[in-house]
Each structure stands twice: as structure tokens, then as C-alpha cells.
Design a protein around this ligand. Structure first.
Ligand code: GDP
Ligand code: IMO
Ligand code: MG
Length: 428
């Protein structure tokens, strides 16, 4: 019995949800530790398609408990909506709990996120407008409202009043928009607290006990390392730590308890929102990847930008995360492309060749990827279930990634369905 961490290694949407869903069947706990309903995780259960945002992707199959831990920012209305969506499809939800310490996304966070994105002359990050950044800002500024506060009328009233004073002045004076009335939201959030109180618990105590008891615990990351607040392409990032390190602060478990660190990467690269993307393809091939890979945002519906696999950024991501097991998804999408490029180095604006990721986001726009070219394959690989069934060139592609990163690929995903996996080593 052991702990498992699943994190994204690129710019999100690597297929973490599908992998978590598969692994959750044998987990006693599935735990979200950061992010919020900015995530969009697609899971197919037979004919049924689920798009999960705030709920852990393990919610459908986990026989134990699903925890939304302290590091997550919770929009309680989005939470209740998602719960009713899965219940309507006949799934259980009585095993989902939220940490008392998790911060609440309030309506003013969503407005602030939206106004900033729409502000002329501002830095448009291309956020999901779910209020994620503003909620984490308040957490760090020590003025945030936590789930536990929804259960205490006096504390909630005082916190909302104090927050509205500042937020309304910003809305009215700076953005020239109407403010929010106290009564409008106080009563609503008090009622929400009552509706959710049976789910609001101290999750860190239970999780540490479960580790002590040798249970199977799966920590599920949202977003990905290249969107990490510290190690991503700042400021074009999200406002949390989607790294394996984020598990410790986001769920209250010690670093020594983390064992299997699983990094998920697509066989190519996609990105939604703004920011540098060195291997981006703004051509027919990029369009083909988008079409074949169905690359449209699961949360906002925006078309995802597409491009070649970037091993320079992937090495950065595996290093920071300490990944010891790789998952490569969507290999099937590359079938039929005669020649496949993989970036192994960058050429800087002054002609220097480097093989490490840069902290200078502005410079990255001018870096050119240096590619290695590998022969493609024509076969449809979506029915392959063993590594041996893959065409020789598909295997070479996987092994090229392994050699560069020095990490084994333990699972190759060849389609969106639960069964479309090549598992080379059973981890559970
Ligand atoms: P997440 O945010 O990392 O969970 O990923 P998303 O769910 O946002 O995006 C991944 C998309 O690819 C979803 O539509 C999945 O159903 C789909 N998908 C996952 N794995 C595979 C795969 O191996 N092949 C194909 N063709 N689609 C996949
Ligand atoms: P999953 O878990 C892809 C991106 C947004 C934007 C930036 C900041 O499905 O992989 P935010 O709303 O978080 O402040 O937006 O991060 N972003 C994602 N991109 N997948 C996600 O989640 C994302 N969550 C946020 O597009 O560029
Ligand atoms: Mg997604």
C-alpha cells in the first residue's frame, strides 16, 4: 500500500483526469490539492462523458473517499452544481469531502478576475475567469474566507464586510463598475455553509492517519508544471503550485510520505491562454493536431494552441517534480504524420544553444527550438494494449523521450477510453 501523485508536466490538459480515473479504482483516497474549477478533466465511463472541474477525477471509481484538500480554492456553487450533475447520472457523491481550511472563491473574486482580463492595456493572462488568482491573493494577504467560516455567522459577516469595503472601492473607483451589496451575498453563503456542513471536515488529520495505516492514496494535480506560479512561464501561469511539492502544503502531508511520482505528458504540446510556446505550430499541421486530438478547452471551450513535443521544458518539469514514472498520452493522435519533430534544445536570440529552461519569459518568445526528427507511423494504434503491438517507430518515439529524460514511461495512453492504455509496469 502506498502513495501516488499524478501531476501534469506541460501546460495542462495532458489527460490527467483519464489517468486519475483509471488509477482511482484501486485507491482508498483520491485527493485534489491545488487549483479550483479552472481545471477541466474529461473522463469517459463507457458511453458516458464526464467533465470534472472541482471534484477529484477519482470521484467516479474511487471505492473510498474523495477529498478536496486545504490547497484548493473552492467555488461552493460550482461544487454543488457538479455534485448534482454526477448524481443525475446515477453516480454517488456521499464520499466527497472538503477541507475546513480550503479558501472560498467569492463572487468578488470572479468579478475581479473578469474585469482584469477585460481591462484595456492590462496584462491579459487569458485566465478561465473563475476567480482563481484573486482568491489565492486574499489567502496570501490573510483576508480570505475559508470553508470553516461559512459555518460561523459572525465571522462570515465580519469578513465579508471587511472585504467588500476594499473590493467595492476598487470596482467603483478603478473599474467604474457597480459594487456588491453585503446582503446580496451574506445570506447566500451562510445558506451554502448549512447545505455543505456535513462535507466540511479536517482533512489533514484523516489523511495522515491513512498514510500511517498504509492505505492507497492518490494525490491528483490540476493544471501543470509549466503553469506553476514559481516554475512556469510567469506571469502566464495559474496562481498555485501544481507540482509534487504542492502536495505537501496543499494537503498537509509530509514530503517523506510521497512515493510514486507520476508525471503525465501529451505526445505533443498544447496550451490554452496566453504566454510563450516555443514549439507552437501555426499551420495546417497544428490545425490537424487540434482536430484529431479534439483540442478544445474543457472549461472554456477555447481552441487549444498546438505544437511539437518540447523536451527542454519537459526536463525542467520532471526535474522540479522529481518524477519517477512517466505517462505519455494521446500517442494515437500522431498516427499518420510522416515526420515527427521533438525539441531537444533552444537557440537563444544571440545564437547560443542551450538545453535548459529559462526563467526569462520575455526572452522565451525569441528562442527557437532545435529539433530532432523522427520517422512517423501510419497504423491506427488505438487498439494496441501491449507495448509490443506498437509500430517500431512509435516505440522509437517513446524510447527517445525516455532516453532524453532518463525516466521510464510506465503507461502509454492511446485513446480517451478507460481501456485504451498500454501499461508496461503495474504500479498498484
Ligand atoms: P486534463 O485536464 O489533464 O485532465 O485533460 P483534459 O481532459 O482537459 O484533456 C485531455 C483530452 O484528451 C480529453 O478530451 C480526454 O478525453 C482526451 N484523451 C485523454 N487521453 C487520450 C489519449 O490517449 N488519446 C486521445 N485521442 N484522447 C485522449
Ligand atoms: P487542467 O487541470 C489548461 C490556464 C488558463 C490561463 C492560466 C491562468 O484542465 O489541466 P487561471 O484561470 O488559472 O487563473 O488561468 O492557466 N489554465 C489551464 N490551462 N488546463 C487547465 O487545467 C488550466 N487551468 C488554468 O488558460 O492561461
Ligand atoms: Mg483539462
Amino acid at each position: 500500500m502506498a502513495t501516488y501523485v499524478v501531476v501534469g508536466l506541460q501546460y495542462g490538459d495532458e489527460g490527467k483526469g483519464k489517468i486519475t480515473d483509471v488509477l482511482s479504482a484501486k485507491s482508498d483516497y483520491v485527493v485534489r490539492f491545488q487549483g479550483g474549477d479552472n481545471a477541466g478533466h474529461t473522463v469517459y465511463a463507457g458511453e458516458e462523458k464526464f467533465v470534472l472541474h472541482l471534484l477529484p477525477s477519482g470521484v467516479l471509481q474511487c471505492p473510498g473517499k474523495c477529498i478536496i484538500a486545504n490547497g484548493v480554492v473552492v467555488n461552493p456553487k460550482a461544487f454543488m452544481h457538479e455534485i448534482s450533475q454526477i448524481e443525475e447520472k446515477g453516480m454517488r457523491s456521499d464520499h466527497v469531502f472538503i477541507s475546513r481550511r480550503a479558501h472560498v472563491i467569492m463572487p468578488y473574486h470572479i468579478l475581479l478576475d473578469t474585469y482584469r482580463e477585460e481591462e484595456e492595456g492590462g496584462t491579459q493572462i487569458g485566465t478561465t475567469k473563475k476567480g482563481i488568482g484573486p482568491c489565492y491573493e486574499d489567502k496570501i494577504a490573510r483576508v480570505g474566507i475559508r470553508m470553516v467560516d461559512l459555518l460561523n455567522p459572525e465571522v462570515l459577516a465580519e469578513k465579508i464586510r471587511k472585504n467588500l469595503k476594499i473590493k467595492n472601492s476598487l470596482f467603483e473607483k478603478y473599474f467604474e463598475k457597480p459594487g456588491i451589496e453585503f446582503e446580496e451575498i451574506y445570506k447566500e453563503f451562510l445558506e451554502i455553509g448549512q447545505k455543505l456542513k456535513h462535507r466540511i471536515v479536517d482533512t489533514e488529520v484523516e489523511l495522515n492517519q491513512a498514510i500511517h495505516d498504509g492505505k492507497n492514496i492518490l494525490f491528483e494535480g490540476a493544471q501543470a508544471l509549466m503553469l506553476d506560479i514559481d516554475f512556469g512561464t510567469y506571469p502566464y501561469v495559474t496562481s498555485s503550485s501544481p507540482s509534487t511539492g504542492g502536495v505537501c502544503t496543499g494537503a498537509g502531508v509530509p514530503p517523506t510520505s510521497l512515493q510514486n511520482l507520476i508525471g503525465v505528458a501529451k505526445a505533443y504540446t498544447t496550451r490554452v491562454g496566453n504566454g510563450p510556446f516555443p514549439t507552437e505550430l501555426n499551420d495546417e499541421l497544428g490545425e490537424k493536431m487540434r482536430k484529431v486530438g479534439q483540442e478544445f478547452g474543457a472549461t472554456t471551450g477555447r481552441p487549444r494552441r498546438t505544437g511539437w513535443l518540447d523536451l527542454v521544458s519537459l526536463k525542467h518539469a520532471t526535474m522540479i517534480n522529481g518524477i519517477n514514472n512517466l505517462v505519455i498520452t494521446k500517442l494515437d493522435v500522431l498516427s499518420g504524420i510522416p515526420s515527427l519533430k521533438i525539441a531537444t534544445k533552444y537557440k537563444t536570440e544571440d545564437g547560443k544553444i542551450i538545453d535548459y529552461f529559462t526563467s526569462s519569459t520575455t526572452k522565451l518568445y525569441n528562442y527557437e527550438p532545435v529539433y530532432e526528427e523522427l520517422e512517423g507511423w501510419n497504423e491506427d494504434i488505438s487498439h494496441a494494449r501491449t507495448y509490443e503491438e506498437l509500430p517500431a517507430n512509435a516505440k522509437k518515439y517513446i524510447e527517445f523521450i525516455e532516453d532524453y529524460l532518463g525516466i521510464n514511461v510506465y503507461l502509454v495512453s492511446v485513446g480517451p477510453e478507460r481501456s485504451q492504455n498500454i501499461i508496461r509496469k503495474e504500479l498498484f
